[in-house]
Ligand binder design. Structure first.
Ligand SMILES: NC(=O)c1ccc[n+]([C@@H]2O[C@H](COP(=O)([O-])OP(=O)(O)OC[C@H]3O[C@@H](n4cnc5c(N)ncnc54)[C@H](OP(=O)(O)O)[C@@H]3O)[C@@H](O)[C@H]2O)c1
Length: 277
């Protein structure tokens, strides 16, 4: 298939071409395509005539979004709407990636695709608006919610923890629970979804659940780092944007599409980090 990837310079965007080997992939980073620029999107579709677009572009600054909602909504709501309308007009399928932060975090069992959304932050509201726009404009959509993404080469939590560990012990939040997701596992899941015709809303995140503290303990154990990890509550690190207390993603769609357990993703990340060292 001919596949166009937008936001190709981000963590997920960089991983997609390898996962899509066997397809003809054009990967456009932000500098080459602004997804909120309707004429530019139209021109890109006319030039590349893809059968599928995978939107890995997003405004991802969860805290900064509280102070600049216009920028967040431009990237996370207007961009997806422009893509959805342009792809629908040409009969192109659209894979759009969303987030666990569309939920309020008050549940105590995994959120399913049919669970009601109630985002608590500007980022979460902007991502929910993007989901709604895609669902409304293009019937050939895959809206894929994921969570707690990390890859070896991105700005992400495990990379931050490794950096902090060089300076000594770390204090880590132990009262937010989610689904850590290794980017190559998500990229592989998206690759299997594109040809499936299984349109609609999907949850795709590392199977199981952990707190940031538990993730850090597992990371340091895997890396053989003897660093003290102190569990703290969310109150210890006041942030502009509220985080869901519990945002574990489950699925009521095909269980076969579930990602591997988050521990497997972390083990792959650790192996990749050790090879790169
Ligand atoms: N990271 C997480 O923990 C997490 C969790 C749940 C869901 N998600 C979702 O997963 C997807 C992938 O996230 P990621 O971690 O790969 O994000 P990322 O590393 O921040 O990459 C996002 C990319 O989108 C680009 N971008 C921003 N606005 C754009 C626009 N208007 N047009 C085109 N490109 C634009 C950014 O470019 P610039 O840097 O130049 O702005 C960046 O290269 C996103 O939909 C995100 O919301 C992420």
């Amino acid at each position: 298939m001919r596949i166009l990837v937008t936001g190709a310079g981000g963590q997920l965007g960089r991983a997609l071409p390898a996962a899509l080997s066997g397809h003809e992939v054009t990967a456009l980073p932000h500098g080459r395509l602004d997804v909120a620029d309707a004429p530019a999107v139209d021109a890109a579709l006319a030039a590349e005539h893809p059968q599928v677009v995978i939107n890995a572009a997003a405004y991802n600054e969860v805290d900064r979004a509280e102070a600049e909602p216009d920028a967040a909504f431009r990237g996370n709501a207007l961009g997806p709407r422009v893509l959805a309308e342009a792809t629908a007009a040409r009969g192109i399928a659209l894979v759009h990636v969303s987030t666990d932060y569309v939920f309020d975090g008050e549940a105590d069992a995994p959120y399913l695709e049919s669970s009601p959304t109630a985002p608590r932050s500007v980022y979460g509201r902007s991502k929910r608006a993007g989901e709604e726009a895609v669902i409304a404009a293009n019937p050939r959509h895959f809206v894929v919610r994921t969570a707690w993404l990390y890859a070896l080469d991105g700005r992400n939590f495990p990379n931050t923890m490794r950096r902090l560990a060089e300076r000594g012990g770390v204090r880590v939040v132990d009262d937010q629970r989610g689904s850590p997701t290794y980017v190559p596992h998500l990229a592989a899941a998206l690759a299997s979804l594109v040809g499936s015709g299984d349109f609609g809303l999907h949850h795709a995140a590392g199977r199981g659940e952990a707190t940031w503290y538990e993730l850090t303990r597992a990371l340091f154990a895997g890396l053989g780092l003897d660093v003290t990890v102190e569990p703290v509550t969310t109150d210890a690190f006041p942030r502009p944007a509220p985080r869901p207390r519990y945002s574990v993603l489950g699925t009521e769609r095909r269980p076969a599409r579930l990602l591997p357990p988050w521990q497997d993703g972390l083990a792959e990340y650790v192996r990749a980090a050790q090879e790169a060292a």
